[in-house]
Every structure is written in C-alpha cells, then in structure tokens.
Ligand binder design. Structure first.
Ligand code: NAD
Length: 259
C-alpha cells in the first residue's frame, strides 16, 4: 500500500526554478521531486511557490500521472501569504497532515561581502518563513489528528564554504525544527530536518550550471545526488516508517560529511 494514502501534503517551494537537465522535459528540483513523490505515494498535494506558474507546472505533472494536486502562489517572506498557503490547502482539501518547507535561497558571500540588506533577506526567506509556515500549519495538523513536518536545511549548516548568511540560516533551521518537534510531540506532530549535500537540482543548474565534473570527485560516492534521492529521504521522514523519529537531522550527501 502507498505510504501517504489519505494524507494532505503542502509542499512549500514546490516549483523548480532553473533549467531542466539535458534530456529532461521538466526541470526537477528537491521541492518538485518531493511533491511528485508524495503524490505517487497517495497524498493529495498542494504546491505553494512564489511563482504560481512553477507551482502549477508541478501540480499539472502530478495530475498527468493520475494524482490529485493544486497550486497556490505564496511568497513565504510575507506573513499573510504563509497563512494564505495553509488556508488555501484546508479550503481545497479539508485537512492538512504534512508540511515540507523546501524554500531556500543563496545570496551574499563571506562576512565582508554580505550586506545587511542581503542578510535580512536571507533571514526572512530561509528561516522566518519556516517559522511562519509551521505556526500556521501546526494547529491544522493537530486538528487533523497529527502528522509530520520536514524542513530542508543543507550540509552548509555543518560545514562552511564562506556563504555566511546561507550557513547561518541553515544552521538556525536545525534549532527551529528541534524546538517545534519537542513542543508538538504530544500533538503527534513530528518535525525533522533534512541536510542535502551536493545535489544536481534546478537551483544549482540556475546558479552554477553543470558542476558534476567539478564536484563529483570530491564526494565519496563520486557523484552529486539527485532531487529524487532527497525526495525519497523526505518521504521516509513524512511517512509512518519514521513514526518514532522526531527532532532529528538526516544528512543525505553520498558520504561527504563523513569524509
Ligand atoms: N541543490 C543543492 O545542492 C542543495 C544542497 C543543500 C540544500 N539545498 C536546499 O534545497 C532547497 C531548494 O532546492 P530546489 O532544488 O527545490 O530549488 P529551487 O530553487 O528550484 O526550488 C525552490 C522553489 O522555491 C521557490 N521560492 C524561492 N523563494 C521563495 C519564496 N520567498 N516564497 C515561496 N517560494 C519561493 C522558487 O520559486 C522555487 O520554485 C533549498 O532549501 C536549498 O537550500 C539544495
């Protein structure tokens, strides 16, 4: 039986903002792959994204496979739009059980190259948005009898590559998730964080292009991960297979952090 049958999932940042991989019809990133995998496992999916067009592309791809999905525009750096994404989900599908906070941007550089304005934007998009999405989603998930939340952090939470605001926000996300997990364990809401390593995603293709030959040799498994491998790990944390796992972090990096 499919692992998410009967569940309603809200995937935030479920578009894919970047070029498709050579040979692929549709661009795939971590958020889009997660939305598609949740639907394949039986969930009804609401795709939220700053770009309605990107969210609609994901929802259309799910419906083409016979799944159930809709799309909503939400810029999660704006509080009202976080509330709006949750409301749109419960209005359309009468419940909310699962939330994936996939939104994450990378601007600025090291300490002296990062302006205050850039830092504030990174806080709003990479951290405050996850806090807000959880604040609006948790009461609905509790009302539905419990569920699960996965926040998408990064290996950059643990290892530095001179991207100060990215690393700081991704590290803070671990604390945010742990705190929410402990507060809401009694509501049967599990909250976990996933830390992707180097993934060949839409975001990376947009920002740096094809980096496979440059980074592959550095990774113990000798290749970047795929967004589908991130989606599989998120799916595990969302599903009853992870029923006793909360407040923790899962690194998905082909062995990079262990090196
Ligand atoms: N690719 C990697 O190597 C890698 C590694 C570690 C972590 N990550 C994390 O994975 C996540 C992104 O992966 P992706 O492949 O799905 O990227 P992506 O950029 O293709 O998708 C993210 C989606 O978020 C949307 N978005 C951006 N700002 C938004 C906002 N303010 N409100 C609502 N939507 C917004 C974009 O429109 C896009 O569709 C990020 O959290 C990133 O930090 C990626």
């Amino acid at each position: 039986m499919a692992r998410l049958t009967g569940k309603v999932a809200l995937i935030v940042g479920g578009g894919a903002d970047g070029p498709a991989k050579a040979g692929d019809k549709l661009s795939i990133g971590n958020g889009r792959a997660t939305a598609i995998m949740c639907a394949r496992e039986g969930a009804t999916v609401m795709v939220a994204d700053r770009s309605l067009e990107l969210a609609q592309q994901t929802a259309a791809a799910i419906r083409e496979e016979g799944g159930r999905a809709d799309a909503v525009a939400a810029d999660v750096s704006i509080e009202d739009q976080c509330r709006g994404a949750v409301e749109a989900t419960t209005r359309a599908f009468s419940a909310l059980h699962l939330l994936v906070n996939n939104v994450g941007i990378a601007i600025g550089g090291n300490l002296l190259k990062t302006t205050t304005e850039n830092f504030d934007k990174m806080l709003a998009v990479n951290l405050r948005s996850h806090f807000l999405m959880m604040r609006y989603a948790v009461p609905e998930i509790a009302k539905a009898g419990g569920g699960a939340i996965v926040n998408v952090s990064s290996l950059a939470a643990l290892r530095s590559n001179s991207q100060i605001s990215y690393e700081a926000t991704k590290a803070a996300l671990l604390g945010l998730s742990r705190s929410a997990a402990v507060s809401h364990a009694r509501d049967t809401i599990r909250v976990n964080t996933i830390l992707p390593g180097l993934i060949d995603s839409s975001m990376v293709r947009r920002l740096v292009g094809d980096r496979e030959s440059a980074v592959g040799p550095r990774i113990p498994m000798r290749r970047q991960g795929t967004p589908w491998e991130i989606a599989n790990a998120i799916l595990f944390l969302l599903s009853a297979d992870a029923s006793y796992i909360t407040g923790t972090e899962l690194i998905v990096d082909g062995g990079l952090a262990a090196r």
